[in-house]
Design a protein around this ligand. Structure first.
Ligand code: CP
Ligand code: NVA
Length: 307
């Protein structure tokens, strides 16, 4: 329940930039700790009696399951809300929905199209809001990606990450991660599919666009890609398949990277499009750990925002 007795503003997680680098490092440590506690059967019901609403305006497998199961493991409860079932889906104003929902639950997770809608919801919320993906950003995924890198290879600061593909929500969150976790980011995208300048410019000291994917992958410690057509861009699929034809992460690309390089993909993936089956199904691919770590890192996030 929101605490109406103090004037303290709730903490939100709309972007990786909402937490300090120190908070993010602490969160990753806690995520690994929570993972070990779960595996060893050690109880960790730190959010007993707490409730989270989960507003999904787009599809999801990982995000829904990880938040819902994660909240249950912490002793709390999560409520799945799709636009088909809520009045939000029938046009109830975002402001009104936010006021009502946040008067009843301790936290709201939102997956929607426009970052502006998420910000509007947040302005009218009394409780922490979590960005569970917008067209602009996908910060929760980066928590899992960073946890996965650290667990496999140690500190990511000073390393080189190569993003191959669309300058989309995941790419934007990688740019923010480069700032917060202090790594170098090479971005290989076709002309016309670059990340937004508003995200890229503040990170210009550590991120560069290299349109040639082979050159961008040179000596990379981590190679990452994502779908060519994101949710909401289904009608651009054919056009994008042409534009991105030379941007598949395949064995030739991985051969350019460091020999210890890992491969990540937030999933869902399309084998034979943005990634070759031989790469995603190779031992250097950590996509399954990456997906699993969604639950552990988000449990750490919930604790950070709610305790
Ligand atoms: N990676 C990710 O966010 O997956 P879902 O769309 O299945 O939630
Ligand atoms: N860029 C993808 C990420 C899916 C998790 C999308 O927005 O559809």
């Amino acid at each position: 329940m929101p605490d109406n007795t103090t004037n303290q503003k709730p903490r939100h997680f709309l972007s990786l930039l909402d937490l300090t680098p120190e908070e993010l490092q602490g969160l990753l440590k806690r995520a690994t700790e929570l993972k070990q506690m779960l595996r060893s059967g050690e109880p960790h019901a730190s959010l007993k009696g707490r409730t989270m609403a989960m507003v999904f305006e787009k599809s999801s497998t990982r995000t829904r399951i990880s938040f819902e199961a994660g909240m249950a493991q912490l002793g709390g409860h999560a409520i799945f809300l799709s636009p088909r079932d809520t009045q939000l889906g029938r046009g109830e104003p975002i402001e009104d929905s936010a006021r009502v929902m946040s008067s009843m639950v301790d936290c709201v997770m939102v997956r929607t199209y426009h970052q502006k809608d998420l910000e509007l919801f947040t302005e009218h919320s009394q409780v922490p809001i979590i960005n569970a993906l917008t067209d602009l950003l996908h910060p929760c995924q980066l928590l899992a990606d960073m946890q996965t890198y650290v667990e496999n290879r140690g500190d990511i600061s000073g390393k080189t990450v190569t993003w191959i593909g669309d300058g989309n929500n995941m790419c934007h969150s990688y740019i923010n991660a480069a700032r917060q976790f202090d790594f170098k980011l090479n971005i290989a995208c076709p002309k016309g599919y670059e990340p937004l300048k508003q995200i890229l410019n503040p990170a210009a000291d550590r991120c560069q666009i290299i349109h040639d994917p082979m050159a961008a992958a040179q000596d990379a410690d981590l190679v990452v890609t994502d779908v060519w057509a994101s949710m909401g861009q289904e009608d651009e699929q054919a056009k994008r398949e042409q534009a991105f034809a030379n941007y598949q992460v395949n064995d030739e690309i991985m051969a350019q990277a460091d020999q210890d390089a890992l491969f990540m993909h937030c999933l869902p993936a399309h084998r034979g499009e943005e990634v070759a089956a031989s790469v995603i199904d190779h031992p250097d691919s950590v996509v399954w750990e990456e997906a699993e770590n969604r639950i552990h890192s988000q449990k750490a996030l919930l604790e950070l925002l709610l305790l």
